[in-house]
Design a binder for this molecule. Structure first.
Ligand SMILES: [Zn+2]
Length: 295
């Protein structure tokens, strides 16, 4: 099958990646597509590292596997199942919980939880494209609850800043960022790295947005009440909140889930290719350890 396969059914997936070997072959091909560069000394020549899909630098003798320095680094379970997790995350319109992955693939829930977060790392927003044209900026709170070791339930809130680019009557692009709950001072920083300087902004009439109004051309400021809302932003806010409740049930590591939501939303047009796109991103992404993820 061609590498850039468009539509992938579960049948196609197992036919294309039936074994660890086929997964490694794919990763090696993607990883060294534009040639080999030794991670230690930068040398470009290599010989076989003695095992399949392992390359050894001919200068410093450093050996590198196809999974090393990617998000598949040190995956302790079957690589075929790891590819299947990427597949399920990519192809389920609303994502998939670690419990469901665990049931489907007969892996431990914690294993699925951790690898799932690695896949979500690859969905991280790169912000290469700043929002332009008419852009709505808003913020909202998400209620959280956490069960402590003594069984006590603690409730708290997290704040999210939302930047929504309008296109016609709809939305073309969304970025969402978790910010410090207490202060509005981070809104400005989020907007600066997300929105192009020539954008036309709509935002709330709150002190936290004053800085933005000095830097951008503001076309409307809406007083934030239950009746006066910015309809597009409000729609996206609700989608995020309902989706979080439905799929993840909690959102301790909120930014991962916000990135997942935006990744899907912004690639609405390329649904069929998301699986391949995610695999490619995972190959290019540096590895992430459990400690890095939870911190
Ligand atoms: Zn080397």
């Amino acid at each position: 099958m061609e590498e850039k396969f468009k539509s992938v059914s579960i049948y196609d997936l197992y036919e294309r990646f039936p074994s660890r070997d086929s997964c490694l072959a794919y990763l090696a091909k993607k990883k060294w597509e534009s040639g080999f560069t030794c991670k230690h000394c930068g040398h470009h020549h290599y010989c076989s590292g003695g095992k399949p899909y392992v390359r050894q630098c001919t200068r410093c003798r450093y050996k590198e596997s196809a999974t090393a320095n990617t998000l598949f680094h040190k995956v302790k379970f079957d690589l075929v199942k790891a590819f299947a997790i990427v597949y399920f995350i990519a192809t389920n319109k609303k994502g998939i919980s670690s419990c469901e992955l665990s049931r489907t693939l007969q892996l431990r829930q914690k294993t699925c939880w951790l690898f799932r977060l690695k896949v979500l790392s690859a969905m991280e927003t790169h912000r290469n494209v700043g929002l332009s044209g008419k852009v709505e900026i808003s913020d909202f709170e998400i209620g959280m609850k956490k069960v402590m070791k003594n069984g006590r339930e603690v409730r708290y809130k997290k704040r999210v800043v939302l930047a929504v680019e309008k296109k016609g009557k709809g939305v073309s692009h969304v970025y969402a960022d978790e910010v410090n709950h207490r202060g509005y001072n981070q809104i400005n920083a989020v907007v600066e790295r997300t929105v192009n300087p020539d954008a036309l902004i709509s935002c709330y009439k709150l002190r936290g947005y004053d800085q933005i109004c000095k830097k951008y051309q503001v076309i409307s400021r809406v007083k934030k009440t239950k009746k006066t809302i910015m309809p597009l932003s409000y729609r996206i806010e609700n989608s995020i909140v309902f989706w979080l409740r439905g799929i993840h049930h909690h959102a301790e590591l909120l930014q991962y889930y916000l990135d997942e939501f935006c990744y899907r939303f912004n690639r609405n047009q390329m649904k069929e290719e998301i699986f391949v796109h995610l695999l490619e991103r995972m190959v290019c992404h540096r590895p992430r350890t459990y400690m890095e993820i939870i911190s």
